[in-house]
Design a protein around this ligand. Structure first.
Ligand code: UDP
Length: 479
């Protein structure tokens, strides 16, 4: 009977650690702070993504995980499509399986809401039938969300070509964005993925609300416009920062004990998110640049991208067995180890714990939104090294608006050379510029701590959402 009493929330995530991590933290808050129960209903794309499955399987017990049955991807979808189109189309093909899972949940629990990830809005059709609420969870920043709404407006004015977009694009409440810094998906307005993206974006209006992993004080301009009365947009619930909590691996423990021995603010953390990779040439320059800087570092080394000129690569399917360290320059590991300069980690490090450690003084990041918010909320300034998606836009926000980062200059081949890297690293860790950036990030750190404190803005947003979930009376099936 107690199962029927407390609200149950179903979550329909899209793949990618950058999506699963904040969704899992949201689920943990519902379960541990509010005694809800939660089920992740995971789409199936016909290929296993090992790291994501082990992440989901390790979630604490009150969170249940259901895997939808294969195959949702038939031959017409395999191979030829780019990964984003594959995922977006695959999500839609999972909707019938999702219906069965949701129906089963309505029988065993008090299911009150479905939360879908950015491209899962086709699942909204089911919620009407089941009498439950529907939410979008945006694992990105308010500026990106504003861009979504802005593009759907521009589309209505008849813009059909990238070249017809204004330059810079002026998103209400945000800094102007030069066209070349827009996410890759927008470079071809006639592509299949752009059409799908726009379709989902327009369906955001149908949501009962949009939950977002940001905080008002980080993006006050964007939130002011988004949350304006009378805009016709659904309510927004900024509940960030959602920071990864939980266990760590042996490699992870090693990072933290090594950090314990380093001076305060002396270590640079280098990582390109869960799937970002750089080219072999860039990897070599980065290694030699770090060495030349003579600053301490922890570097999450990944196998370089083979086909990308300068490392724009979405690596969702990779289960490769190669050793990332084999791609480092000769003698680099031995030299840096002998000087006690750096710690190299294969593929994955406990990022949040590293950023929260007092010895960490800077971050070379690809500026995925999670990495960005994790860095800022721990007061760590950045060297912004955008690779794909909305990362160039975030870089603009960090360098021009918030002034908490700078970007290294690429040479004529699109590669950042070793001297430039060494200079940027020194500027950040021991230079005057680094001091200024650090001062700004400390202010943001304080703002983030405030937002999640007892009476803070993110705490209030979450409380409103909880109240709505608790008060929702499920009206049984319409058919
Ligand atoms: N992450 C981590 N260890 C790593 C690499 C990534 O814990 O070695 C986490 C990171 O803390 C963040 C997420 O993975 O929460 C990456 O999300 P982000 O939005 O920064 O980038 P994406 O992977 O989506 O491009």
């Amino acid at each position: 009977a107690s199962n029927k009493h407390k609200p149950h929330i179903a979550i329909f995530p899209s793949p990618g650690m950058g999506h699963l991590i904040p969704l899992a933290e949201f689920a943990k808050q519902l379960v541990f702070s509010h005694h809800f129960s939660v089920t992740f209903i995971v789409p199936n794309f016909g290929f296993p993504i090992k790291s994501q499955k082990s992440f989901l399987d390790s979630l604490p017990e009150p969170i249940t995980v259901v895997y939808l049955p294969p195959p949702v991807i038939s031959n017409d979808l395999s191979g030829s499509l780019n990964p984003e189109t594959l995922v977006t189309t695959g999500m839609t093909r999972c909707v019938p399986g999702l219906r069965d899972s949701l129906k089963a949940l309505t029988e065993s629990t008090r299911l009150v809401a479905l939360v879908v990830d950015a491209v899962g809005t086709d699942a909204f059709d089911l919620t009407e039938e089941l009498g439950i609420l529907r939410y979008v969870f945006a694992p990105f920043c308010a500026m990106s969300l504003s861009l979504c709404f802005h593009l759907s407006k521009l589309d209505e004015t008849g813009i059909k070509d990238y070249k017809d977009l204004p330059d810079p694009v002026e998103i209400p409440g945000c800094i102007p964005i030069r066209r070349t810094a827009l996410p890759g998906v927008i470079k071809d307005l006639n592509s299949e993925f752009y059409k799908l993206f726009l379709y989902h974006t327009k369906r955001y209006y149908l949501a009962d609300g949009i939950i977002i992993n940001s905080l008002i004080d980080l993006e006050p301009g964007a939130f002011k416009v988004l949350m304006e009365d009378g805009s016709g947009k659904p309510p927004f619930y900024p509940i960030g920062p959602l920071l990864q909590t939980g266990s760590t691996t042996d490699d992870g423990t090693l990072c933290l004990t090594w950090l314990d021995e380093q001076p305060r603010g002396s270590v640079l953390f280098v990582s390109f998110g869960s799937s970002g990779t750089i080219s072999q040439e860039q990897l070599t320059e980065l290694a030699l640049g770090l060495e030349m800087s003579e600053q301490k570092f922890i570097w999450v080394v990944r196998i370089p991208a083979k086909n990308a000129a300068n490392g724009v690569y979405y690596n969702a399917q990779s289960n490769k067995e190669e050793d990332p360290f084999d791609f480092l320059p000769n003698g680099f590991m031995e030299r840096t180890r002998a000087r006690g300069l750096g710690l190299l980690v294969k593929s994955w490090a406990p990022q949040v714990q590293i950023l929260s450690h007092g010895s960490t003084g800077g971050f070379i990041s690809h500026c995925g939104w999670n990495s960005t918010i994790e860095s800022l909320t721990h007061g760590v300034p950045l060297i912004a090294w955008p690779l794909y998606a909305e990362q160039e836009m975030i870089t603009l926000m960090l360098t021009q608006d918030l002034k908490v980062a700078f970007t290294p200059k690429k040479n004529e081949n699109g590669v950042v050379g070793r001297e430039e890297i060494a200079k940027c690293v020194r500027d950040l860790i021991v230079g005057e510029e680094g001091k200024l950036l650090r001062k700004k990030t400390t202010e943001l750190k304080d703002a983030a701590a405030m937002a999640t404190s007892e009476h803070g803005s993110s705490t209030k947003s979450l409380a409103q959402l909880i109240q709505i979930f608790e008060n929702h009376n499920v009206l049984p099936l319409k058919k």
